[in-house]
Design a binder for this molecule. Structure first.
Ligand SMILES: NC(=O)c1ccc[n+]([C@@H]2O[C@H](COP(=O)([O-])OP(=O)(O)OC[C@H]3O[C@@H](n4cnc5c(N)ncnc54)[C@H](OP(=O)(O)O)[C@@H]3O)[C@@H](O)[C@H]2O)c1
Length: 254
């Protein structure tokens, strides 16, 4: 798939680390001309990704926005609407559990932050970007769901799981709405990826129990998810629409 994305502009949200960083670099390596690297707090991570993107031969632009609140979402959306560079590939990757909280511990503010970050921002960013794709005759939107959307999530992750289920539904609905206009919409659904996400939210014991329940016998990597995203944006995936691809070493099969 090398050079397949030649000339394209991609926006990867949450590209300062983890799956998003690996995706930004993989898209640059597959020939994309320009990568917009969105981040929230990890500026140095975004800068390192920009270096790797440029090394792969693409231009890199770094954009900051906190997508957990409406001000940050609208700021990014306004930036995208006024940008000189229309986007061909949108990867709605930014997301987080934010905090583990069970029903009685979940404040309304925390609920809103989880939903803003994982659901509302992805919807509004897609709304800002898709018209440019339609106008230019095609494009790709990839959502990042989660195994939590299928199983309700781990302890204190119920709202996050519901948010990811919304993302999987966006994928189906928008795939139907935009297939006739040349935009292919799909999603990836990672199981447990060995990265900063779980350094923040999971104990070693929790991760060991996931490994024990995984036929492949290990956690996933950022690159394994990134490779699937690049595949979904490729000619090889040209008849795949509205799917949420599970990437979990066989831990959960549908
Ligand atoms: N890791 C897993 O096992 C796993 C499993 C299933 C699904 N996922 C999903 O995969 C996606 C990528 O996560 P990851 O595993 O790569 O985690 P990660 O390494 O923690 O990276 C998360 C990314 O999202 C950004 N982000 C977090 N909070 C944000 C906010 N308030 N506003 C804007 N951006 C924000 C972060 O930006 P900064 O660091 O710059 O703040 C970072 O770039 C997420 O949607 C996550 O829900 C992950």
């Amino acid at each position: 798939m090398e050079q397949e994305q030649r000339g394209k502009t991609a926006l990867v949200t949450g590209a300062s680390r983890g799956i998003g960083a690996a995706t930004a670099i993989a898209l640059a390596q597959s020939g994309a001309r320009r990568i917009l690297i969105h981040y929230n707090s990890h500026r140095s991570g975004a800068e390192e990704v920009a270096v790797a993107v440029r090394r792969a031969g693409a231009e890199a632009e770094i954009i900051q926005a906190d997508l957990g609140n409406l001000e940050g979402i609208h700021g990014l959306v306004d930036h995208l609407r006024s940008s000189r560079y229309p986007i061909d590939i949108l990867v709605n990757n930014a997301g987080s559990l934010v905090e583990r909280a069970r029903l009685l511990e979940m404040s309304e503010d925390l609920y809103d932050r989880v939903m803003n970050l994982n659901v509302k921002s992805a919807w509004l960013i897609t709304q800002a970007v898709i018209p440019q794709m339609v106008e230019r005759g095609g494009g790709f939107v990839i959502f990042v769901s989660s195994i939590a959307a299928r199983n309700g999530g781990g302890p204190g992750a119920t709202v996050y799981a519901a948010a990811k289920a919304a993302v999987s539904s966006f994928t189906k609905g928008l795939a139907k709405e935009f297939a006739p206009r040349g935009v292919r919409v799909n999603a990836v659904s990672p199981g447990t990826v060995d990265n900063y996400f779980h350094q923040q939210f999971s104990t070693r014991q929790m991760l060991d129990s996931v490994v024990a329940a995984t036929p492949a016998g290990r956690l996933g990597t950022n690159e394994e998810v990134a490779d699937t995203i690049v595949f979904l944006c490729s000619h090889a995936a040209r008849f795949i629409y509205g799917q949420t691809i599970e990437i979990n070493g066989g831990m959960f099969m549908i």
